[in-house]
Design a protein around this ligand. Sequence first.
Ligand code: PAZ
Length: 269
Amino acid sequence: MSSRWEEFYASLAIPTDFEENKNKIKDFCEHVSSQQKIVLVTSGGTTVPLEHNTVRFVDNFSAGTRGSASAEYFLEKGYVVIFVHRLKSLEPYVRHFMGQKFLDMLEIHNDEAETSVVAACECLAPFGARAVLYLAAAVSDFYIPSSQMPTHKMQSEAGAPNISLQLVPKILEPLVNTWVPHAYVVSFKLETDENLLITRARGALSKYKHKMVIANILHTRKYRVVLVMATTCSEIVLDPEEIEAGIEIESKIVSELTKRHESFIAESV
Ligand code: PAZ
């Protein structure tokens, strides 16, 4: 019997560049020693089309700041980084080069950069406990199934549209249980209501049984996060002097996380 996520993927057209991207990630991973630590960072927002010939879509706020800055700090810690991001969201190092795109300066063209987490997970499985999944992207919880989406631009003459969004099945379930069962999986939880933050993060941990949820509130996310684990919670807060000195919270998150990952690897051997 297929589960909801299997049905969901079966209902989607396979992206035209899926195989090409899968092979690129595979080639890349084959050149990485199995002793290396490797991290898959997902970053940026997602859009949900409202029409097949898409004029309008539902978007979210994420600019990819957290994912791209974190990728830099993982590199500093000696990790191999696979960076999966939404096209046109922030890329690592770009913020240090005003007005220029870092990858363009290196003449590496990544037009097909919106690649798939699914393909990347296949390639990460052989790294076992040495692989980290750092899922910072703001993935839409809702979508319109292809069969219910109008082909053409919705016409205002037809009156106010009645749009019915469906729930996207959570990718975390197959990811933790099937695709990379030995990896160190870290998800993020964004809330706007402080009263829900820790309960919702704990709920995700107990449901998916991964290693950590990094919980943050929309308006304070740049200087406060809570690392929620099975039995503990620890807060990372930047004080005003640190903010003034230009310290980024991602440096502290990655530093804390990589220490915990090191212990996890040691316990896994
Ligand atoms: O990309 P950004 O730096 O603007 O925002 C980062 C973030 C808030 C999207 C991230 O920290 C996060 O919480 N991602 C998961 C969002 C969610 O609950 O789906």
